[in-house]
Design a protein around this ligand. Structure first.
Ligand SMILES: NC(=O)c1ccc[n+]([C@@H]2O[C@H](COP(=O)([O-])OP(=O)(O)OC[C@H]3O[C@@H](n4cnc5c(N)ncnc54)[C@H](OP(=O)(O)O)[C@@H]3O)[C@@H](O)[C@H]2O)c1
Length: 243
């Protein structure tokens, strides 16, 4: 039976891929209700089936309250995490180990590793126990240790590798109680967004994907994914990325 989620949560719904994913879900699942989270909620797509929530990493009580309310109203069958950071006003991806700073590493790990882990903690229990449900968090191909031939981007690579490990741990634990749930990391391709903007120069023609295309392909993969793939990191074309 095709996967047809009825209650979908999207974290980072203000971002390029996150907001494109919201639109794709609204188009594809015409009765689904969406619960969209962003630290800048005014940038969440507006729609009658979208409920907007503000969230902050530091606000665990806010997480609790939102999770409780959504649980009481019927839980979730798809959770998509599209938050992430490669650079900010205060940190840049390191070309050399000489550029590493504790503050830069902490900021990157907070957004790319700790935030998705807390989302897993509070929201995985909202998935149903006996029918297909999916938790997918956007990771990145550069988080693969075996695929790292270029080096650099120390904090970003390490934060995504750690995220992949946390996803694997959660997948193993969820298998004990939620045999039909699938927990995966995903690589979205190289996508045109504020995150990739400073690094787009010199890219081969045709390699940069628009967020709408990436979101549609990610949702295709989510629709087809099954239990045998839980704990893995899958690319937008469905191929597995080696840890
Ligand atoms: N673009 C690519 O080529 C590419 C490639 C591989 C992986 N990825 C991954 O794809 C995901 C989405 O990236 P994108 O390209 O769509 O970038 P984006 O447009 O910059 O979106 C990033 C999202 O993360 C949110 N965010 C960042 N820091 C946050 C924090 N501390 N607390 C809460 N929310 C925070 C942003 O919120 P605000 O709107 O409030 O800033 C925004 O919603 C990221 O995990 C990224 O690592 C992207």
């Amino acid at each position: 039976m095709p996967f047809s989620p009825k209650r979908i949560a999207v974290f980072g719904a203000s971002g390029a891929i996150g907001s494109a994913f919201v639109h794709e879900c609204l188009d594809r699942y015409d009765t689904a209700d969406m619960f969209c989270f962003a630290r800048s909620p005014e940038r969440i797509p507006v729609h009658e089936r979208v409920e907007s929530h503000a969230f902050l990493l530091e606000d665990t009580e806010g997480f609790n309250a939102s999770a409780d309310a959504i649980k009481a109203a019927g839980g979730l069958d798809l959770i998509f995490v599209a938050t992430g950071q490669l650079h900010s006003d205060t940190s840049k991806p390191e070309k050399t180990i000489r550029s590493l700073t504790a503050a830069g590493m902490e900021e990157t790990f907070h957004t790319n590793t700790i935030l998705p882990s807390l989302i897993m903690k509070h929201f995985l229990p909202l998935l149903p126990k006996h029918k297909k449900a999916v938790f997918a968090a956007i990771s990145a191909r550069v988080g693969s240790i075996s695929d790292n031939y270029l080096g650099g981007w120390y904090s970003y690579r390490a934060s995504k590798a750690a995220l992949n490990m946390l996803i694997r741990c959660a997948a193993i634990e969820m298998q004990r109680t939620h045999q039909s749930s699938v927990i995966i990391g995903m690589h979205p391709g190289t996508v045109d967004s504020s995150l990739s903007k400073p690094f787009q120069r010199g890219m081969p023609e045709g390699q940069l994907m628009q967020p709408e295309k990436s979101a549609a392909m990610l949702l295709d993969v989510i629709s087809e994914v099954d239990q045998s793939q839980t704990g893995k990191c899958l690319a937008y074309d469905g191929t597995e990325i080696a840890p």
